[in-house]
Design a protein around this ligand. Structure first.
Ligand code: ADP
Ligand code: ZN
Ligand code: ZN
Length: 703
C-alpha cells in the first residue's frame, strides 16, 4: 500500500464560507499543487483544484473522516504556482473564498466533464503553434516608435496615454509581435472592455497573427468555445488571448505581456461575486510574473493617471507607473472642433437646437455621417399624468419604468418588470398621460420628422439608425448595424454610449451630445470623470479619416456652457481636466488619494439591512478597541454611517451600505479582515435572520 497524500483542495463553496475555505481530502497517489481533480462534496461530485499538499494528515480531524478524491484530470497539466498566487491574492484582496475565485476563473464546462470526456476535447485541440506567421503592420509614426522603444527598454507598468486615433492599437499589436517573434513560446494577453462592441478589433488581431494563434475569451462564447479557448491558452497552443475582464484569470504559462486597452472603462470591474478589478489584477499579475503591463487610454482613469504622476519638486517621488504620451493622431487627422450650444438661448424644450439641426442638414446633404449621443434608451424615461401627478413608478424598485413606444410597454430597467402602457391614468382615469423626458427611441422618431425633406446627394431620403441595448438584443444585430454604418448606408446614427466606444468609423464628421448635463451634478463623485471620458471618446469617433469631407465637429448641447468640464473638452485637454478633478478629490480625501470599501446588506426591509450594518459597525469598534493596533486602525480608517443605496430598492429588496475609507490601503484591509469574521458570526444571530445577503466591495466603482 502506498502512503496516501493529504491535500487542501479549492472547491466552489458558498459565497461566504470564509476567506481561505479550502477542504481536506486524501489521494491514494501523490499529486501536485495546481492539479485538477474531482472530489465528493456532500452528495455531489465537483471539480476541485489541489491547492496545497500536506506532509502529513491534518490535525484535528480523524484521518478516516477525510474523504478520498474521486478522479484526477491528468490530461491537463497542473495550474502553475503563479496562477494559484493570483487567485489567492484576489480572494484575499476582494474578501472572497479561494474556492469561489478559483472555480469561477475556470471555464464552466470544465466542471462537468469527466476525465474521458476531457481527453476527447484535448485530442481535438490544435497542436503546439509553430513559428508565428504575423503579417506586417503599419510603418510606425515617430511617436509610436518612441513608445515601442520605451516599452522594450523599461520595466513598467506603463500607462500609454494616447489620443483617440493616435495609433495605440497598432502599438499594442507591434509590441505583441516583437515579443512573440523573439520567443517562440511567449504568450500575450490583450484585454478589452467589451468584445461585442468591437468586432473590428478581433478581426484585426486575427488578421495580423493568424487565426490559430489567437483565442477569444468573453461571456458571449458558448461553453464549448470557452473551454476550447481556455485549453488552448493553458497548453500554450494559443499565443494570444483577446478577452474581457474574465481573461485576466486565463491560465497562460508563458505570459509575458498584458495589455489593458481603454483601461478607464468601468466594465473592467466585476459587479457580482468577487468584485475584482481586472485592470488592477492585471498590474498585480504582471508584477508577479515579471511580465510587462501596458494600460492604454485617451482618458485614463484618475487612479492610473495619479499612479503615473511624475515626481515633483516638493518631494513627491511620483507614481509607480511609467507614463508614455502619444498626442498626435495618425496621418493628419484632426480632432473635431468642439462647439458648445447654450440651450438657455434655444426654443424652450427643444430637443435639437437650431445650430445642431442646421449642421445635421448640411452633413446629410453632403453625404457625410453624423452621430448623436443620448445616454438613455427607450422612448421616455417616465410616463406622467398632469392631472393627478401619477408617474410610471416600478412597484418593485425605487425607480420609474421606462416607456418603450415600439411595443407600447412600460419596462423597469432594473428588475425587468414589464406591462402594457395603460390606456388611462391608473389613479385618476385621465386619458391624457404623456411621456416626460426623452430617450433614443424618441430622438430617432423626432429626427425622422424634422429631416423628412432632407435629401442625400443621391436624391434619396435621409437614413437614420439607432444602436442601443434594445436594438442589439438579437445575436449578430450589432455587427449588422455597425456594418451599415461603416458602409455608408446610414447618414445619422443615434445611440447610447455603445456607439461612443472604440469604433473606427471612417466617415463621421459630426458628433453631438444631446443632453449631457445630468452627470455634472450627480451625487456620484466619479460621474464627471465618466462623462468626460464618454465625450472625449465620442469626439474621437469624428474626423478619423484625414482630408475627407467637412472639417469635423462636435456639438455639445448644454445649459451650462461655462462649465470647466466642457472647457477642457473643447481644448481636448485631458491633463487639465484630470488636474482639476484630482485637486477636488484631494481636497475631499476621495480616491485615488484615499481608498474605499463598501459593506452592503440586502434585506426585505431597510431597518433589517441597516440594523445588520450598524451591528457590524459596533462589533467592529468593539474588537478594534481590544486588539493591540486596534486604536491606531480606528484612527486611520473612517467608518461612515449606514445609509440606503441611492437605488434603495430593487426587485423588492431593500439595500443599505456602509462606507469605509482610509488613506492607507493596508490599514483598510486589516479592518476588513476583522470585519469579515464578525459578519459571519452576526449573520447567524436570530435578530439578523432577515438579511438576504451581505457583500464587501473593495475599491467600489460607485458609492
Ligand atoms: P487608437 O487605438 O489610438 O484609437 P488605432 O491604432 O486604431 O488608434 O489607429 C487608428 C487608425 O490609424 C487605424 O485605422 C489604424 O489602422 C491606423 N494606423 C495606426 N497606426 C498607423 C501608422 N503608423 N500608419 C498608418 N496608419 C496607422
Ligand atoms: Zn392621473
Ligand atoms: Zn423594477
Amino acid at each position: 500500500m502506498t502512503s496516501p497524500s493529504w491535500l487542501d483542495i479549492a472547491v466552489q463553496t458558498p459565497a461566504h464560507s470564509g476567506v481561505g475555505g479550502l477542504l481536506s481530502y486524501r489521494s491514494p497517489t501523490p499529486l501536485a499543487a495546481g492539479q485538477l481533480v474531482r472530489v465528493p462534496l456532500g452528495r455531489r461530485e465537483v471539480l476541485g483544484v489541489v491547492w496545497r499538499v500536506r506532509p502529513e494528515a491534518p490535525s484535528g480531524i480523524a484521518p478516516s473522516a477525510i474523504k478520498e478524491i474521486t478522479a484526477v484530470l491528468d490530461g491537463i497539466a497542473p495550474l502553475d504556482a503563479q496562477w494559484l498566487k493570483l487567485v489567492q491574492f484576489s480572494a484575499q484582496y476582494y474578501q472572497r473564498s479561494i474556492g469561489e475565485v478559483a472555480l469561477s476563473a475556470l471555464p464552466p464546462q470544465l466542471r462537468d466533464l469527466n476525465p474521458t470526456q476531457l481527453a476527447r476535447r484535448l485530442k481535438k485541440l490544435p497542436a503546439q503553434a509553430g513559428p508565428l506567421q504575423a503579417s506586417r503592420g503599419h510603418v510606425l509614426s515617430g511617436q509610436q516608435t518612441t513608445v515601442l522603444q520605451h516599452l522594450a527598454e523599461q520595466a513598467g507598468p506603463f500607462l500609454l496615454f494616447g489620443n483617440t486615433g493616435s495609433g495605440k492599437t497598432e502599438v499594442y499589436l507591434q509590441a505583441v509581435q516583437s515579443l512573440l517573434a523573439a520567443d517562440p513560446r511567449a504568450q500575450a494577453l490583450l484585454m478589452v472592455p467589451e468584445i461585442n462592441l468591437t468586432p473590428q478589433l478581433e478581426a484585426r488581431v486575427q488578421e495580423r497573427f493568424g487565426r490559430e494563434a489567437v483565442v477569444s475569451m468573453h461571456s458571449g462564447l458558448t461553453g464549448a468555445q470557452r473551454l476550447k479557448s481556455w485549453l488552448a491558452a493553458h497548453t500554450g497552443a494559443a499565443r494570444i488571448v483577446l478577452g474581457t475582464r474574465m481573461a485576466v484569470f486565463a491560465s497562460m504559462p508563458q505570459l509575458q505581456l498584458i495589455v489593458v486597452d481603454e483601461e478607464h472603462d468601468p466594465s473592467y470591474k466585476q459587479q457580482e461575486g468577487a468584485r475584482y478589478s481586472a485592470r488592477d489584477l492585471a498590474v498585480y499579475r504582471g508584477h508577479l510574473l515579471g511580465a510587462k503591463v501596458v494600460l492604454g487610454s485617451a482618458t485614463p482613469s484618475l487612479e492610473s493617471w495619479h499612479q503615473s504622476r511624475p515626481p515633483d519638486a516638493d518631494g513627491d517621488p511620483g507614481g509607480r507607473y511609467v507614463r508614455l504620451h502619444m498626442p498626435e493622431r495618425v496621418g493628419a487627422a484632426a480632432l473635431p472642433q468642439v462647439r458648445r450650444v447654450d440651450m438657455n438661448h434655444q426654443a424652450r424644450r427643444a430637443v435639437l437646437s437650431a445650430p445642431l439641426l442646421a449642421t445635421l442638414q448640411d452633413r446629410v446633404a453632403k453625404g457625410e455621417q453624423s452621430m448623436l449621443l443620448l445616454n438613455r434608451r427607450g422612448y421616455a424615461p417616465v410616463l406622467h399624468c398632469a392631472d393627478c401627478g401619477w408617474k410610471s413608478a416600478c412597484k418593485h424598485c425605487s425607480a420609474f419604468r421606462v416607456f418603450h413606444k415600439m411595443d407600447r410597454t412600460l419596462r423597469c430597467h432594473h428588475c425587468g418588470f414589464t406591462d402594457r402602457v395603460p390606456r388611462a391614468c391608473p389613479d385618476c382615469g385621465n386619458a391624457d398621460i404623456a411621456p416626460l423626458g426623452r430617450g433614443t427611441e424618441q430622438l430617432e422618431e423626432h429626427l425622422a420628422e424634422l429631416l423628412a425633406d432632407v435629401k442625400r446627394p443621391d436624391g434619396k431620403p435621409v437614413r437614420i439608425a439607432r444602436i442601443d441595448a434594445d436594438t442589439t438584443r438579437l445575436k449578430g444585430a450589432l455587427e449588422t448595424q455597425l456594418a451599415q454604418v461603416h458602409s455608408g448606408e446610414v447618414d445619422i446614427l443615434v445611440g447610447t454610449q455603445m456607439i461612443a466606444k472604440g469604433h473606427d468609423f471612417r466617415r463621421i464628421t459630426l458628433v453631438a451630445a444631446i443632453n449631457p448635463d445630468s452627470a455634472l451634478f450627480s451625487s456620484d463623485f466619479r460621474a464627471p470623470e465618466r462623462l468626460f471620458a464618454l465625450l472625449m471618446q465620442a469626439a474621437g469617433r469624428a474626423g478619423r479619416a484625414a482630408g475627407q469631407g467637412s472639417p469635423s465637429e462636435m456639438l455639445v448641447q448644454t445649459f451650462h456652457p461655462k462649465h470647466p468640464l466642457f472647457d477642457a473638452l473643447k481644448r481636448h485637454d485631458y491633463p487639465a481636466f484630470a488636474a482639476s478633478e484630482l485637486a477636488e478629490r484631494n481636497a475631499a480625501s476621495l480616491p485615488p488619494i484615499s481608498h474605499q470599501a463598501l459593506l452592503r446588506a440586502d434585506a426585505r426591509s431597510q431597518d433589517v439591512a441597516q440594523g445588520f450594518l450598524s451591528a457590524a459597525r459596533s462589533a467592529l469598534e468593539d474588537v478594534l478597541g481590544r486588539i493591540p493596533d486596534g486604536p491606531q486602525l480606528l484612527a486611520q480608517v473612517s467608518l461612515y454611517p449606514t445609509v440606503p443605496l441611492s437605488m434603495q430598492r430593487v426587485a423588492d429588496v431593500e439595500r443599505a451600505q456602509m462606507l469605509l475609507e482610509s488613506p492607507s490601503r493596508s490599514d483598510l484591509h486589516k479592518v476588513l479582515t476583522q470585519l469579515h469574521a464578525l459578519l459571519h458570526q452576526l449573520r447567524s444571530q436570530p435578530e439578523h435572520k432577515g438579511v438576504i445577503r451581505w457583500l464587501v466591495d473593495v475599491d467600489p466603482q460607485a458609492i
